[in-house]
Design a protein around this ligand. Structure first.
Ligand SMILES: *Cc1c(COP(=O)(O)O)cnc(C)c1O
Length: 487
């Protein structure tokens, strides 16, 4: 098929062209879902390589559509990590699912405006319905509670903190102080800065040996700030830190917030979904006491990017914070129950994010999601058990909400800390250079360690064992090199 390359100021294709072009793309996507496990998850390319591949001046003239599509599929798409690959262990993977991919295609294809009720009553209603599902899952009141889908966890955290500041401080937040642990996700600090807090208003609280926020230190600092006439207004607790999966003591922090009349924001971007598993539910006790809660469906609810979510105890808080009434939106305000989501968050024009969440949960059933998340938590525990049986590996942070941290540290070798750091960095570098697995390091209590986030339900224990075998070879290689040098 050749789609004509002539000037086309209406930006149209014929029916046949659209079909052929579209089917071809679907074939590529399906092929990706079918064959991704046989590919390597890591893409490595320098700026120079990408420049030489892609830099060009903006083209004034049309080109054949298929040529461009072929180029994209051949050169652009493969130069990205496959974050849904079973051996993509790093950061927080994006397992995704095909139904939601198609749902996103529908949302984009019909270009549904999900800002206000008038533009799409169905999109607004579906956001209300799916938000109620989430409120219910997390034990929030569905009647007074509310929420909004965002592009991701960073935007959800930002939306939460703007709301917290509005409700707790009003217009003057010059004396307000905010508290979070040294393990809290960086997007929180980013959000705090974005909304105009100065460094002197931010309190980073140290964590204990389990990476939980130190309650004693938290209380002391709040008390000291009160004595100094400051206004402690918000604590950010983590429900699943990105480093180790650690959940802060949520009930204790909620008690402090109640006592101190402070806002409790819980960042459960990756970890919140674990509430669907029995073990997760145990760990997340108290999450329902948050004033606001971030969860990121594009992580452990298996949605493709971008969908984050903010839940709040009282939906009026969002409207009171974000509602502005410009003249040109006057005619579409509608009645109170017909929610205009542009009044509940930062964006006016928004894509139809609720659709993929709705269609995938309906299609697979929540039971499938529960099973997947339970599987992931068990998989990390199996990995821990496997590592503990070996004389080569040491667990630095036990399997928690599907995250595990460990390092190569052969028993009896008594390698100095510095060498262990080198060896583990080397293992990560070698495995990434081989492109076999995406396995990067993190730093915990000053040690360089390897970290796996196992939220992909298609990762098997054999995938992990296979990766660890390779890591052991690299570890041995580096250890020999070091011993050779020192002897
Ligand atoms: C991933 C993550 C975020 C940021 O979410 P994005 O969707 O990447 O913007 C925030 N907090 C935690 C705990 C996370 O794991």
């Amino acid at each position: 098929m050749s789609i004509e390359n002539k000037l086309n100021h209406k930006l149209t294709l014929s029916k046949k062209e659209m079909q052929q072009y579209g089917y071809k793309i679907i074939d590529h996507i399906v092929d990706h879902f079918e064959t991704q496990t046989t590919k390597k998850p890591v893409a490595l390319a320098s700026r120079e390589e990408m420049d030489s591949l892609l830099t060009e001046n903006i083209p004034d003239h049309p080109s054949p559509a298929n040529e461009i599509l072929d180029f994209v599929m051949k050169e652009i798409i493969p130069n990205s990590n496959i974050v849904s690959h079973p051996k993509s262990y790093s950061f927080v993977p994006g397992p995704s699912n095909y139904i939601s991919v198609m749902a996103d295609t529908i949302a984009t294809g019909f270009n549904i405006f999900s800002g206000g009720w008038a533009a799409s009553p169905a999109a607004a209603e579906l956001e209300i319905v799916t938000m109620n599902w989430l409120l219910d899952i997390f034990g929030f009141p569905t009647k007074e509670g509310g929420g909004i889908f965002t592009s991701g966890g960073s935007m959800a955290n930002l939306t939460a903190l703007v709301t917290a500041r509005r409700i707790k401080c009003g217009d003057d937040f010059s004396k307000a102080t905010i508290y979070l642990s040294d393990q809290a996700h960086s997007s929180n600090i980013k959000a705090i800065k974005v909304i105009g807090f100065k460094k002197e208003q931010i309190r980073i609280i140290p964590t204990d040996i389990e990476f939980k926020i130190s309650l004693n230190k938290l209380k002391n600092i709040i008390a000291r700030d009160r004595l100094e006439g400051l206004q402690p207004f918000c604590i950010i607790a983590s429900a699943g830190t990105t480093n180790t999966g650690t959940v802060d003591p949520l009930n204790e922090i909620a008690d402090i917030c109640e006592y101190e009349n402070m806002w409790l924001h819980i960042d459960g971007a990756y970890g919140g979904a674990a509430i669907l598993a029995d073990k997760g539910q145990q760990l997340l006790k108290g999450i329902e006491r948050a004033d606001s809660l971030t969860v990121d469906p594009h992580k452990w609810f298996f949605q493709p990017y971008e969908i984050g979510c903010l839940l709040v105890k009282n939906h009026n808080w969002l409207r009171n914070t974000f509602s502005e009434k410009p003249e040109y939106l006057r005619d579409i305000e509608g009645n109170e129950s017909e929610i205009n989501f542009y009044d509940h968050g930062i964006q006016l024009t928004r894509r139809f994010r609720a659709l993929k969440f709705y269609m995938s949960i309906k299609t697979f059933g929540l039971a499938s999601f529960k099973k997947a998340i339970t599987y992931n938590i068990d998989l990390a525990e199996q990995t821990e058990a496997f590592l503990r049986k070996s004389v080569l590996w040491e667990i630095t942070s036990p399997a928690t909400l599907a995250i595990i941290n460990f390092r190569y540290n052969p028993i009896h070798q008594n390698l100095p800390e510095e060498e262990l750091d080198h060896i583990n960095q080397y293992i990560s570098k070698k495995i990434i250079d081989s492109k076999e697995a995406l396995l990067v390091t993190t730093v915990l209590q000053g040690q360089i360690v390897l970290r796996m986030c196992l939220i992909n339900p298609r990762t098997t224990i054999d995938d992990i064992k296979n990766t660890l075998e390779k890591c052991e070879l690299y570890g041995e290689e580096k250890t020999l090199e070091i011993n050779h040098k020192t002897n």
